[in-house]
Design a protein around this ligand. Structure first.
Ligand SMILES: Nc1ncnc2c1ncn2[C@@H]1O[C@H](COP(=O)(O)OP(=O)(O)O)[C@@H](O)[C@H]1O
Ligand SMILES: [Mg+2]
Length: 432
């Protein structure tokens, strides 16, 4: 073998070794690539399934990453979401301050959505330091607190009603006894006035007779006239009984309020029976007809609902109160035109839902939080006592373990939704 041939053979051997090395390296790169891709997929799947909104904001406040949940919270598409900065998303939070702290921060704030509405959000942030010389980023997790807030509001309302209820029951009890004295006293006075009236009438007849017989001197006539004038007997006889009647009406009204207050604090704890909700509604509508017929029609939209175990008397009170309120709302909102009250029943999982809708005046935003408070009324004296919804709330939520809520739009109408559990709640509180 010539020297040249030997060199060639060596070079060929080296090439083979190099080729093998390249092949091996390529395989390694390929495996690493597959692994990276797998990790990437895993991460993007993770980002998609994280049940909280996740954002990474760059120094300037623009998002580098927005996950699906965050986009849903914002109500935006992927492309739109990538253009909405921190300050537009969380207008009440100081971005610079969060970027300046080292610790994890928790802020209760509002997230501004695309359509201008806001969502209550728990925002948890931390600063992402990518290394020396590289700009910091802000990692934000946003948890939607809407459901929890509603729950908290419900609880707060329940506690408030509980406290007011106890107070109201105490006052009702205290007012009841003197009110009975007043009622009895006034009724007695009325009888006295009637007797007195008859006596005076008798005297008048006697005077006339004496006068006809010529038994009265001019002096007597003068005395009689003077007595009648100073005591204004005629006026007293007409106005006295009228004043007593007005007082008695007032007494009756106070008694009604006291009764309603007591019922609110301790709803009639009647027997719990299996009740056909649709039939109960049909009955209530008949009973309430006198109230609504001059201003509204009632439309019944009954679903095929199973019976619920409830206190039928209390359910009736709930329905009557809602129908009367709907009537009043229509009277106010329709100025004489006929309105429509729609009562709908449906089964929703383990609940029977009754909704009572009206196309009346609607409920202004400002009064909504106070609706279930006892004594809260926007109606003139004599029309509203503010007891209706307080009682309805107690019966539905406390007595039956159900739920009550409403939707309303001023000038359009209101719907009250009540949900009764199909199985009577185990924890039902008995009225003490
Ligand atoms: N369907 C309704 N539409 C509009 N407002 C309503 C409706 N139901 C209740 N309201 C409002 O809620 C308040 C409280 O109702 P309620 O407790 O029944 O007391 P009342 O009817 O004696 O005023 C009412 O004064 C009224 O302002
Ligand atoms: Mg009412």
């Amino acid at each position: 073998m010539s020297t040249l041939e030997k060199k060639l053979a060596r070079a060929e051997a080296r090439i083979t070794i190099l080729e093998r090395m390249i092949e091996e390296k390529s395989r390694e790169v390929y495996v690493a690539h597959i692994e990276v891709e797998r990790k990437n997929n895993w991460l993007s799947h993770l980002l998609k399934t994280i049940p909280s909104g996740l954002w990474v904001f760059e120094r300037g406040g623009m998002p580098e990453l927005v996950n699906d949940t965050a986009r849903n919270l914002l109500g935006l598409s992927e492309e739109e979401a990538s253009k909405v900065g921190f300050r537009d998303t969380f207008p009440d939070v100081d971005f610079e301050r969060l970027l300046g702290v080292d610790s994890t921060e928790r802020v209760e704030t509002a997230l501004r959505r695309q359509d201008g509405t806001t969502l209550p959000i728990l925002l948890v942030t931390s600063v992402f330091n990518a290394g020396a010389g590289r700009a910091k980023k802000l990692v934000c997790l946003g948890v939607d607190r809407t459901a929890q807030k509603q729950l908290e509001d419900r609880l707060r309302l329940a506690q408030k009603l509980e406290a007011v209820g106890q107070l109201a029951a105490g006052v009702a009890h205290e007012v009841n006894t003197p009110m009975q004295f007043i009622g009895d006293g006034v009724r007695f006075l009325k009888e006295c006035l009637t007797d007195l009236g008859s006596a005076l009438e008798g005297h008048g007849e006697l005077f006339t007779e004496l006068r006809q017989r010529g038994c009265l001197t001019a002096d007597d006539e003068e005395k009689i006239a003077s007595i009648e004038e100073t005591s204004d007997v005629a006026f007293v006889l007409v106005e006295g009984p009228a004043a007593v009647d007005r007082t008695l009406r007032g007494v009756t009204r106070v008694a009604e309020i006291v009764r309603a207050l007591k019922a609110f604090a301790h709803p009639v704890d009647g027997a719990y029976t299996s009740t056909d909700v649709n039939a109960a509604i049909a009955d209530a509508v008949i009973v309430a007809r006198g109230e609504y017929k001059h201003c509204a029609e009632v439309m019944l939209d009954f679903g095929d609902v199973p019976p619920i175990v409830c206190d039928a008397g209390a359910l009736n009170q709930v329905l009557l109160n809602l129908i009367v309120n709907a009537t009043h709302a229509i009277e106010e909102g329709k100025a004489g035109a006929m309105g429509m009250i729609t009562i709908r029943t449906r089964q929703e999982r383990d609940f029977v839902c009754i909704s009572v809708s009206d196309d009346g005046c609607g409920i202004p935003e400002a009064v909504r939080p106070r609706l279930f408070e006892p004594f809260f009324t926007t109606k003139p004296v004599g029309k509203g006592t503010g007891q209706g919804l307080a009682l309805v709330h107690t019966i539905v939520e406390k007595q039956h373990g159900g739920q009550i809520s409403f939707d309303s739009q001023v000038g359009v109408g209101t719907t009250f939704h009540i949900r009764f559990p199909l199985k009577r709640a185990q924890t039902r509180e008995r009225a003490a």
